[in-house]
Design a protein around this ligand. Structure first.
Ligand SMILES: [Zn+2]
Length: 323
């Protein structure tokens, strides 16, 4: 029997819908090479039973999982890593050097995420965040290469969305696991014109210029596909990269205009961000009812505007560095 939350992609990659939030919102990936396997991104604590079911379904013993690789230390990508590691006795956690301290001691990560979602929202969304034992963690700085049973994975430092973010180039499939660095691309917005992508400017480390440079770097690999966390595999990479670049600029323009207006800045940004996305979706040929479109975008607009507020505050106080 097929698991309805799994999609088999080419080259022994499985896209797993983690179930976080709603259907087709949050993905993790299972990579296989012969007998061995790895997870890229790990959803939240609540998603871990699903990952174990996936292993059972594909007949992969838990001891055959070599790596758990969160792309960055935001909890919809890394919240489940500690619990997943407890269930996978042979696995090592591979993380960006800036993410490692937060995964070993998640207290700051929890506090920061609570500030965004509130106490109740935090519990419902993320449950527990289990620390990862330091001795099971391996840092992957820029240029790091990992072999999964001979399958070559190359790590590229990818700031812009967050400074603790890397992307992973899978040589076998000519694709990048991009976390949030290639933006958000919901499958509900697919149509004859292809996929639709937009930037995620979540707090607190959105850096538009740096992000543009990161996109340059990813494109030097000439990737054929991107495995994005939100949600799934996209092709047509050069066009989507251009759309993403424009989306980053559009969000910063919205923030700068609202900043100049200075009254009801947040509300103005929310309205404009939503109107901008709805307008772009229409131009893309999206025929979903407007109410459904707004429902799909509501949380991202909220988070993007929070991130833009932090970005504006940093511009006003240039001495406040991103940590
Ligand atoms: Zn993120």
């Amino acid at each position: 029997m097929k698991l309805d939350y799994c999609t088999d992609l080419d080259q022994e990659i499985v896209c797993i819908d983690t179930g976080y939030g709603r259907r087709m919102l949050d993905a993790a990936y299972l990579l296989r090479q012969g007998e061995r396997a790895a997870f890229v991104d790990s959803g939240t604590y609540h998603c871990v039973p699903r990952f174990l079911q996936v292993l059972a379904h594909y007949g992969i013993p838990r001891t055959n999982v070599d790596y758990v690789i969160p792309t960055h230390a935001h909890l919809d990508h890394a919240g489940g890593a500690g619990e997943l590691m407890r269930q996978l006795p042979q696995a090592r956690l591979i993380a960006h050097p800036r993410a490692v301290p937060h995964l070993i001691d998640p207290s700051r990560l929890i506090a920061g995420t609570r500030a965004v979602y509130g106490e109740e929202g935090f519990r419902a969304r993320f449950g527990e965040v289990v620390p990862v034992p330091a001795e099971r963690v391996l840092e992957a700085p820029d240029g790091h290469v990992l072999e999964l049973n001979g399958r070559r994975l190359e790590f590229v430092d990818s700031p812009g969305h967050a400074r603790h973010h890397f992307c992973i180039y899978d040589v076998r499939s000519c694709g990048f696991f991009t976390g949030d660095t290639f933006g958000i691309s919901y499958r509900e917005f697919d149509n004859a014109n292809g996929a639709f992508v937009f930037a995620t400017t979540t707090p607190p480390q959105f850096e538009p210029k740096v992000w543009q440079s990161t996109i340059d770097r990813l494109l030097t690999y000439d990737p054929k596909r991107m495995y994005v966390t939100h949600f799934g595999c996209v092709e047509d990479v050069p066009r989507l990269a251009e759309d993403l670049r424009r989306s980053i600029r559009a969000f910063t323009d919205i923030a700068l205009q609202a900043d100049a207006a200075d009254r009801e800045r947040t509300e103005q940004m929310k309205q404009q961000a939503l109107a901008h996305l709805v307008h772009r979706l229409r131009a893309h040929g999206c025929t979903l009812p407007e109410a459904r479109t707004k429902e799909l975008l509501a949380m991202d607009v909220e988070l993007n505007v929070q991130g833009l507020e932090v970005w504006l505050a940093r511009r006003h106080k240039p001495s406040r560095r991103v940590s």
